[in-house]
Ligand binder design. Structure first.
Ligand SMILES: [Zn+2]
Length: 440
C-alpha cells in the first residue's frame, strides 16, 4: 500500500513544484540509462539534463511516437533501446495486441507496478467504489495492461469477482447470486450483457448494480449512449481511460460524471497539442487537441512527450466534486479517424449524433466505407440499426443524415437496418466495417 492517498487533492502549486523536481530527475535518468533518449535528445541538440531545462521548456523537446517505439523494439529486441532498467529488475511484461500483428512489449519494474496501482486506485475510487463493495470485472486481463486495474481494485479493498469475457451466462449468474454493487467492462459489453439477460428472462435493473465502470473504447462518455445504458441498468456509468505505454487507468470520472479526472499527478506530466502542427495548446475549458504524456518517474520504459493519438476535449475549471484536476472527454483516436473530402471524422462521433435519435435507434452503427484506407469520398455510408419493432423509413434516414451533416460537416448515406442486424460485441465494438470496400 502506498503512502500516497487515492485521492490526489494536493494543491496545484505544490504539485507543480513536486513535478518539476521529478521531471528533472527523470531527464537525468534518461541521459544515464536510456540509449534511445540520449541519442534522440542529442539529435535535437540537447546533450545533457541541463540543456533540457525544466517543465516550462518541455515543448522544445522532440515528441516520441508509437512507430518509433515499435522500430526501436525491432532494432534492439525485445524491449527496444528505450529500456532504461536492468533486465533483471523488470518485474512484469505486458503485451499490447498491436494492429500490425507483432505485439509490443511494455516492461515494468516493481516500483512502476506500485505507481500504476496508485494511479488506478485514484481512478476507480473517485466514482465512489470503496472497500466493502463487491465488483465483477470482465477483463481477460492477465497479459494486458488492464491486469493492473485488477490490482488497483484489490488495493481499494473491494470484494473482487473476476469473470472475464466470453461467458455471459456465468456473469449473469454471478450478478444474481453475488449481487455486486459494481461492474467493470467495456460500454459495448454493458449493452450486450443487458440484452443477453433480457433474452434469458432477467432484467439487469433488478441486479442491484449501482455503478458500471467502463473503459477500453469510446462511448461511455457520449451523453445519449450513457443515458441509454444508465436507464437499461438503473445504474450510473463512470468512464475511465489509460494507455499501455504510459499507464493503465490514467483518467477516471468522479460521481459528478463531468469528464474523466487526471489521476497521474506526480507520475505523469500531460500536455495538450494541436495534432496537425504539434504546437502546444493552452488548456482552458472546452479546448480540444491531442494528449501528450511524459513520465515523471518511470524505471523500465520511460517516455518523453509521447503522442497518445487520443483526441480529447478538456476542462480545467473546478469540478462539482471540488477537485480542480484536469478533466477530459475522449473525442476519438487518430487510428480510427477517416478523412471525408478533407474533413476529419471519428466513427464514435457519428454514433454520438445517431444516438440523439434514441429511443428510435438501437445505438448500434457500422460505418461502411466504399474503399480501403483513411481517405473517403462523400457520401460515407453508415448503417444504423433501428429499435425493435421499427421498420426502415426514408424520411427518418434523411433526418439522421441532416443531423450528421450539420454537426460533423460531411455527407452521410444512412442505411437503416432492422433491430438485431448488426453484430454485438462482448469486448469492443467495431465501428468501421470495410467488407464493402474496394482497394484504395
Ligand atoms: Zn469531479
Amino acid at each position: 500500500m502506498s503512502a500516497i492517498p487515492f485521492d490526489d487533492a494536493v494543491d496545484a502549486p505544490a504539485q507543480r513544484s513536486a513535478d518539476e523536481a521529478a521531471y528533472r530527475r527523470q531527464i537525468e535518468y534518461l541521459f544515464a540509462r536510456s540509449p534511445f533518449y540520449s541519442a534522440k535528445l542529442a539529435g535535437a541538440g540537447i546533450r545533457s539534463a541541463a540543456d533540457a531545462g525544466g517543465l516550462d521548456g518541455i515543448d522544445e523537446l522532440p515528441f516520441t511516437t508509437k512507430d518509433e517505439l515499435r522500430q526501436s523494439q525491432q532494432d534492439v529486441p525485445p524491449f527496444g533501446a528505450h529500456l532504461a532498467a536492468v533486465r533483471g529488475n523488470v518485474a512484469r511484461v505486458f503485451s499490447t495486441s498491436g494492429t500490425t500483428g507483432t505485439p509490443s512489449y511494455i516492461p515494468l519494474t516493481r516500483r512502476d507496478i506500485a505507481d500504476w496501482v496508485v494511479i488506478g486506485s485514484r481512478t476507480y475510487s473517485r466514482c465512489g467504489l470503496a472497500a466493502g463493495q463487491a465488483l465483477i470485472t470482465t477483463y481477460n486481463a492477465g497479459p494486458f495492461v488492464a491486469g493492473l486495474a485488477l490490482e488497483s481494485f484489490q488495493n481499494i479493498g473491494v470484494t473482487h469477482i473476476p469473470i472475464g469475457t466470453g461467458n455471459t451466462e456465468r456473469l449473469v449468474t454471478a450478478l444474481r447470486l453475488l449481487k455486486p454493487q459494481a461492474i467493470a467492462c467495456t460500454p459495448s459489453y454493458a449493452g450486450y450483457i443487458a440484452e443477453w439477460a433480457r433474452a434469458h428472462g432477467f432484467d439487469v435493473r433488478q441486479s442491484g448494480v449501482e455503478r458500471i465502470m467502463v473503459a477500453g473504447e469510446p462511448g461511455g462518455g457520449e451523453p445519449d449512449m450513457r443515458r441509454a445504458l444508465e436507464e437499461t441498468w438503473n445504474a450510473r456509468i463512470y468512464e475511465a481511460m489509460g494507455l499501455g505505454d504510459v499507464a493503465a487507468s490514467l483518467w477516471g470520472e468522479c460521481e459528478a460524471q463531468s469528464g474523466m479526472h487526471f489521476s497521474g499527478a506526480g507520475f505523469v506530466h500531460v500536455e495538450l497539442i494541436d495534432p496537425e502542427s504539434g504546437r502546444p495548446l493552452p488548456t482552458s475549458d472546452d479546448a480540444t487537441g491531442e494528449l501528450v504524456y511524459t513520465h515523471l518517474r518511470r524505471d523500465a520504459a520511460p517516455l518523453l512527450r509521447f503522442r497518445s493519438r487520443d483526441h480529447v476535449r478538456v476542462w480545467t475549471s473546478r469540478c462539482a466534486c471540488g477537485r480542480a484536476t484536469l478533466r477530459v472527454r475522449c473525442i476519438g483516436r487518430t487510428d480510427d479517424m477517416l478523412i471525408v473530402r478533407g474533413v476529419n471524422v471519428f466513427p464514435s462521433a457519428i454514433r454520438e449524433i445517431v444516438n440523439r435519435f434514441q429511443p428510435k435507434v438501437s445505438g448500434h452503427i457500422a460505418v461502411r466505407p466504399a474503399r480501403r484506407g483513411v481517405k473517403q469520398e462523400p457520401p460515407l455510408k453508415v448503417a444504423v440499426e433501428l429499435a425493435p419493432d421499427l421498420s426502415p423509413d426514408p424520411t427518418f434516414a434523411a433526418a439522421i443524415a441532416d443531423a450528421v451533416r450539420s454537426a460533423l460537416v460531411f455527407s452521410a448515406e444512412i442505411v437503416l437496418l432492422p433491430s438485431g442486424s448488426l453484430p454485438r460485441s462482448e469486448y469492443k465494438s467495431k465501428l468501421v466495417d470495410y467488407s464493402e470496400a474496394k482497394a484504395a
